[in-house]
Design a protein around this ligand. Structure first.
Ligand code: HEM
Length: 425
């Protein structure tokens, strides 16, 4: 569990890195016309990766960043995971977490207020709607309403064409998808221009676009920012609602886990109410059993079933040759459901993650290395808030449903449940 927490803390830092990744190529392409931040690139090739990882796995995971922040300031250069890297440890990403927590809270309450006890609630649809609102608000600061509905419509049309026949002719799915993307870029472009023209970029950025718009390198054009916002919507839009839906599915089938999760969350809720405090993002992430429930859902659910890589040259792994140009599919499902690694792998058992001896090297729901998912912190935070609000407000009975695993993970019947509002405090 300690190691899990270390990783969680590390990913907090990694989420700040998403910004530099997007900005990095633009900065480097300017051939250093503006000075690079202070810092060192470490050893040839490995850079500072070893120090970074050993700090992440230690009991003071922030030590790597803290040491450099003291020496070079809040933004510095380094070399980790095989790449020269500008690291930002600015307060921006903390602030974004607080903003996301309050938005998520608000949108959840607005959605759940409409739920009634006399017709089923489709958890998959509800979570999809809420997660989209949170994501769009966090990326471009758009509130739910007419524009958000339009964006969602275009986004769904765009996504529909991502796995279609490569025929780009008027009337084809791919054509409609690309047209929808153009409309999205236009909308986001307008929002960015409004931000610039009002000249009111807040000192403390409220969304990712605020951060990018206030960048002074002059490398980030409005089109580039708009494209990047859409790039971030694609992996973020579906995965988090699937995680939330699966958690409700597994909890519905495991009363002991549901009881422990509810007790933990209700206890925190009543403590905060007594103190007159609202819950912060830190409170949500510090609920240990809730975190094990999310971890176990990630293991069993395999929201992303695996990742593909293409060999750029002949590679030898474990005595086999992977020829140049061939693809490798790292199939997470087989690893996460391997009985040599997990006892009774098809059994939902959040308590397994309380075992300090648990080997987490084979647990990769968010990928790893240089392509590690930068949204993992956001995914955990949103799911923690959702579970907290959900078990604090409702009891429920789930109808039968089954999980479909291909081409994407989802529930066959969209996970209908019958809810009853809690009357007890
Ligand atoms: C349960 C939720 C999520 C899961 C399981 C997940 C899983 C993954 C995995 C396995 C990868 C690695 C892909 C590869 O190696 O080719 C990845 C990459 C990525 N994810 Fe996530 N993700 C989740 C949520 C999110 C969210 C909420 C966002 C953003 C808002 C996001 C943004 C990204 C991006 C931008 C990449 C590409 C990173 C790169 O290529 O450097 N993800 N994700």
């Amino acid at each position: 569990m300690d190691i899990m927490w270390s990783l969680l803390m590390t990913t907090t830092l990694l989420s700040a890195i998403i910004l530099y990744r997007k900005i990095k190529s633009a900065i480097l392409s300017s051939y250093y016309s503006s000075p690079l931040p202070l810092g060192t690139l470490g050893w040839p090739f490995i850079g500072e990766t070893i120090e970074f990882i050993s700090s992440a796995l230690s009991h003071s995971p922030e030590s790597f960043m803290d040491k450099r922040r003291r020496m070079y300031g809040k933004v510095f250069k380094s070399h980790i995971f095989g790449s020269a890297t500008i690291i930002s440890t600015d307060a921006e990403s903390s602030n974004l977490k607080a903003q996301i927590t309050s938005d998520m809270h608000k949108y959840l309450l607005e959605s759940t207020a409409k739920w009634t006890e006399d017709c089923p609630v489709y958890i998959q649809d509800e979570t999809k709607n809420i997660a989209f609102q949170v994501l769009v608000k966090a990326l471009i600061g758009l509130d739910p309403g007419h524009q958000m509905d339009l964006l969602k419509k275009q986004f769904q049309e765009f996504i529909g064409g991502l796995m279609s026949l490569p025929i780009n002719l008027p009337g084809s799915q791919l054509y409609r998808s690309l047209q929808a993307k153009k409309k999205m870029v236009k909308m986001i472009h307008r929002i960015i221009q409004e931000k610039r023209s009002r000249n009111n970029i807040p000192v403390v950025p409220k969304d990712v676009a605020d951060v990018l718009v206030s960048d002074t390198s002059e490398q980030l054009t409005d089109d580039l920012i708009a494209e990047n916002m859409i790039d971030l919507m694609i992996p973020g839009e579906d995965s988090v609602p699937v995680l939330m839906t699966l958690a409700i599915r597994y909890l519905s089938d495991c009363p002991a886990a549901l009881q422990q999760l509810s007790d933990e969350n209700l206890k925190l809720k009543s403590l905060k109410e007594k103190l007159g405090h609202t819950l912060s993002w830190n409170d949500y992430l510090s609920l240990p059993f809730t975190q094990t429930v999310i971890t176990e859902t990630l293991r069993m659910g395999n929201v992303i079933i695996g990742v593909m890589r293409k060999a750029k040259k002949d590679v030898e792994i474990k005595g086999y040759c992977i020829p140049k140009g061939w693809c490798v599919l790292a199939y997470f499902r087989s690893v996460h459901l391997d009985e040599d690694l997990y006892d009774f792998p098809y059994q939902f058992n959040p308590w397994r993650w309380q075992d300090k001896e648990m080997n987490i090297c084979n647990f990769t729901p968010f990928g790893g290395g240089q392509r590690l998912c930068p949204g993992l912190d956001l995914a955990r935070l949103e799911t923690s808030i959702f579970l907290h609000q959900f078990v604090s407000q409702f009891r429920w009975v789930a109808e039968d449903d089954s999980i479909i695993n291909f081409p994407t993970v989802r529930m066959k019947r969209r996970m209908p449940i019958w809810v009853k509002r809690r009357r007890d405090p």
